[in-house]
Ligand binder design. Structure first.
Ligand code: N01
Length: 500
């Protein structure tokens, strides 16, 4: 379709005209790639993926820090339609996941839909279609837009005086500078979340001195890593049912332990806390260091870290856990409130992500020119993590409240995609031009979520974290994952307005 013809045809409705909808997908990470494959399989083949970077892979492309791995078991952290008997470890390392993503994209011909180096700058609802502007492209008109940008991709830089004054190498974990050699250097890292634990566990053995700046201790649970040998891989390839059993087993394990602990099951929560304490006791011989590493809030309140290397690393002779608050960054290093200067060659900012952006800063204008950033006002909301009133025919994968505990993101996104396809099918049968969540359904579910979060460990555990936003709405799904899976099975169309 020529551009002029395309733009002129704004009122065209794919379902009424019996044609395939033109669908734009923003982002070629795990969700975007999964969406292309599932949509095509369901008969929706007019797809264009806009990817801001020069390659696909999302978070597994952006993050390439030393020690990068996934704390969800590999067999479960795989697309259901592309099981991989060749995973080398029970918990995969970053480069192997990126290779798997490339393999899936190639095998399912995803790349023919992807426009690389194409950040989407503006989306405008012109009813019932969307106008999309992307760098390097003429404006395009689509029937449907799917935002598959993910949540943890905008780095959060700490608000510390003098950050720019540091004269050594300094970078955020998600912008790791591979050209900086660490061997023998004095390295500092600010933050002690999941990312920091993996990095510290990996690099301490090679650096000259490791300073870890801890504001709050985090609970760390053991990660039972295991390497898979060739015989095991052959067995798994020969018996696909065994593979399926393992996926079921890991999912079940998560649902019956960790998932219950976060939503208020005291017994499960205490078991996890006990496992963390036992590892701390076993791997950190120094009682003073142990005390500094022991949180005063409940395990699973903040995001639980799964890592068996962090405690041995921080106990090493060349490592220091700095608990005095940071007052400033100076050209030579980090100054703490006890007046000490921690001289450094390299400073790593493991300070997490801005979690309220999603597709922003892309300008997204819905009905009546309503702008998404204004609508959200720093507290993103969505209905079932996917739709927003006033933004018809616009869907998000892994949108606000998208993460479900520590579940496999692939499992979550596959369920969301299947739900979205049910909506497209419904539009097709009803010849609807648009679909939009009803404001009352959206409000009611968000109220329910704010209520539900009160009994989760995130709220009752005595900590602060990115899990709850400034308005009390959780950034995660606040119920047991079994409810999520059930909700995704069958769309309740009374929650949506279909317009012909
Ligand atoms: O970030 P975080 P992350 N001064 O926000 C500290 C996912 N993930 O990158 O706790 C000093 O958890 C902050 O201190 P405090 C996972 O979903 C998954 O580690 O707020 N310190 C904290 O210690 C995770 O939740 C995998 O007091 C400052 C740290 O920085 C998400 O990514 C692996 C500070 C930030 O911790 C983010 O994890 C890794 C300041 N001004 C990550 N500002 C998997 O395996 C912040 N901090 C799937």
């Amino acid at each position: 379709m020529g551009q002029a013809e395309n733009i002129a045809d704004l009122n065209s409705s794919w379902a009424k005209e019996g044609r395939t909808p033109r669908i734009a997908i923003v982002g070629a990470g795990l969700s975007g790639i999964g969406a292309v494959i599932a949509l095509r399989k369901a008969g929706y083949s007019d797809l264009t993926v806009y990817e801001k970077a020069e390659r696909i892979g999302g978070t597994w492309r952006d993050n390439h820090y030393p020690g990068l791995s996934c704390d969800v078991p590999s067999y479960w952290y795989s697309y259901s339609f592309e099981p991989n008997a060749d995973w080398s470890h029970r918990f995969s390392y970053g480069p192997e996941i990126l290779k798997y993503i490339d393999h899936v994209a190639e095998k399912y011909d995803v790349m023919s839909t992807v426009q690389l180096n194409s950040p989407v700058t503006e989306l405008t609802y012109l009813g019932p279609r969307w106008r999309l502007k992307a760098e390097g492209h003429d404006p395009q008109i689509f029937d449907f837009v799917i935002s598959a940008t993910g949540i943890l991709h905008h780095p959060a830089y700490p608000d510390i005086a003098g950050l720019d004054a540091f004269k050594g190498a300094m970078f955020h974990t998600t912008r790791w500078d591979d050209s900086v050699a660490l061997e023998g250097k004095r390295v500092g890292i600010i933050g002690t979340g999941s990312t920091s634990a993996q990095i510290v566990g990996e690099i301490t053995k090679k650096v000259g001195h490791m300073s870890v700046f801890q504001r709050t201790p985090h609970w760390v649970a053991p990660l039972p890593q295991k390497e898979y040998g060739p015989i095991w891989k052959t067995i798994l390839r020969t018996f696909p049912a065994l593979h399926l059993f393992l996926v079921w087993f890991y999912k079940r394990l998560m649902l019956t332990t960790f998932a219950k602990a976060t939503i208020g099951d005291v017994e499960e929560q205490q078991k996890i806390q006990q496992a963390c304490l036992e590892m701390l006791e076993k791997t950190v011989p120094d009682p003073e260091l142990r005390a500094k590493l022991t949180p005063d809030y409940k395990a699973t309140c903040k995001r639980l870290i799964f890592c068996s290397d962090f405690y041995p690393a921080i106990s090493h002779d060349n490592a220091e856990l700095v608990t005095a608050g940071i007052t400033a960054i100076e050209p030579e290093g980090v100054r703490t409130e006890d007046g000490r200067m921690h001289e450094l060659d390299v400073l790593v900012l493991a300070t997490g992500f801005k979690v309220s952006e999603f597709i922003l800063p892309t300008k997204v204008y819905g009905e009546n020119n309503l702008e998404l950033s204004k609508q959200w006002d720093g507290a993103p909301r969505a209905h079932r993590a996917m739709t927003i009133p006033g933004f018809p025919n616009f869907w998000m994968l892994e949108g606000p409240t998208g993460p479900v505990g520590n579940l496999s993101l692939i499992s979550i996104t596959e369920n969301q995609i299947a739900y979205m396809i049910q909506c497209l099918d419904k539009m097709k049968t009803e010849k609807a031009a648009s679909i939009e969540v009803k404001p009352e359904a959206f409000e009611s579910l968000n109220r329910e979520m704010a209520e539900a979060v009160r009994t989760t460990t995130w709220a009752t555990g005595g900590c602060t974290s990115w899990y709850i936003d400034k308005t009390g709405i959780p950034n995660l799904y606040p119920w047991h994952p079994s409810r999520f899976y059930k909700e995704m099975e069958q769309v309740d169309f009374s929650e949506y307005k279909l317009t012909s």
